[in-house]
Design a protein around this ligand. Sequence first.
Ligand SMILES: [Fe+2]
Length: 220
Amino acid sequence: MIKDRRYHENGYEFIEELLPPEVISSFLSIMQINMGADRASQRRFLSEPGIALLPTQSYELPSAYFPFSLGLLWGLTARMEVVTKTKLLPSYAHGRIYPKGATCVVHNDRAANEHSLNLTLGFSDNTIWDFCVGQERIAENYLDNKDAYQDFGERPFDRIQMNAGDAVAYQGQHYYHGRIDPNPNAWSAHLFLGWVDRDGPQKDHAFDKFELPPPAKFFF
Ligand SMILES: [Fe+2]
C-alpha cells in the first residue's frame, strides 16, 4: 500500500491533500490566466520538440515566467522540513501542462532536486494519471548517469495515484521516476518543486544558484 511509504525508508512519501481543493484550483486558474486565455497565447509556452524526457511537447512554466510558484515553494519549505526531517533551502519551481497521450520517461533528477515535491494541480477530465517511483535507491556513483528509459524494465516500482491537491515528496536525485502510461486526460497540470539540504552536499544549488535580491528598503 503506497500510502505506507516513508520518505527516508522508501525514497518517497505520499501527501494527501497537501493543499485544499479551493486553493489548488485557484492556483491553477491563476497559472492559466498568466499563460493566456486562448490557444495562441498558451502555445507561447510550448516546449521545444525532442526534449529527451518528454516524447510529446508540453507547456513549460519555469518560475521566471510565473513567480507566483516561487511563493508556494518558499511557503512549503516548513512542511517539507517536517517530511524530510532536514533543514532545507528552496531551489526551484516549475509548472508543466501535459497534453493527452503524453508520457514522461523514467529518469532521475539533477542535484537541485535533492528533495522534490510533485504536486498535482488538476486533470481536465478528472482521470487519475499514475506517477511512478522506483523502489531501489540509485547508487551514488551512478547519479550523474542521466540515461532515461521508456519504462522501469526489471526494476521494481510503485504506482501512485494523486488527485488535484495531493503531492508526492520524493528523493528525485536518488530514485527513478516517471509517468509511463499515456496521459488519459485532454490536459494534466503539475507543479514540480525542489529543495536542498541547507548544510548538505547540494547546498550550492539553493535558489537554483540565482543571486538573492538586495535587502528591502522602505521610505515614507
Ligand atoms: Fe524528474
